[in-house]
Design a protein around this ligand. Structure first.
Ligand code: DQA
Length: 144
């Protein structure tokens, strides 16, 4: 079983980016931890980060036929991208949306997610642990 883990714009700057909101862990260390959890769960994970909407759409398309599920933090595109929402819907793979911060207690423009209606579930506010929770939830769903 292979899961594609997608991180959107500015998440390459984790560690130095507003640590009070997003924590001090780098994306590299979050991915390393997730990779270790994947070994425990006996699944494969592939990581992709991009600051570009179209590149994220392309990555979702590539997952069809090669991956069984998607974990995605679309970052700012969560609130704006019809293209990423449509790509997730078109791919037809179970997806989990992750946000490090609790977007619902932040600015109002972060309260709306265009992707939430097309994913299996959403995890927000648990920091880096949210990715681990997403992987556990997605694997359990796929094994049902
Ligand atoms: C985020 C929340 C988004 O509103 C923001 O634009 C991000 C990160 C999060 O992980 O909390 O870049 O997706």
């Amino acid at each position: 079983m292979k899961i594609l883990v997608i991180n959107g714009p500015n998440l390459n700057l984790l560690g130095m980016r507003e640590p009070g909101i997003y924590g001090s862990e780098t994306l590299e260390s979050i991915n390393a931890e997730l990779g270790r959890l994947a070994v425990t769960l006996a699944v494969e994970v592939e990581f992709f980060q991009s600051n570009h909407e179209g590149a994220i759409v392309d990555a979702i398309h590539r997952a069809v036929g090669s991956c069984q599920g998607i974990i995605i933090n679309p970052a700012a595109y969560t609130h704006t991208s019809v293209a990423i929402r449509d790509a997730i819907a078109a791919a037809g793979l179970p997806a989990v949306e992750v946000h490090l911060s609790n977007v619902y207690k932040r600015e109002e423009f972060r309260h709306r997610s265009l992707t939430a209606p097309v994913v299996l579930g959403q995890i927000a506010g648990f920091g880096a642990a949210g990715y681990d929770l997403a992987l556990r939830g997605l694997v359990r769903h796929l094994q049902q």
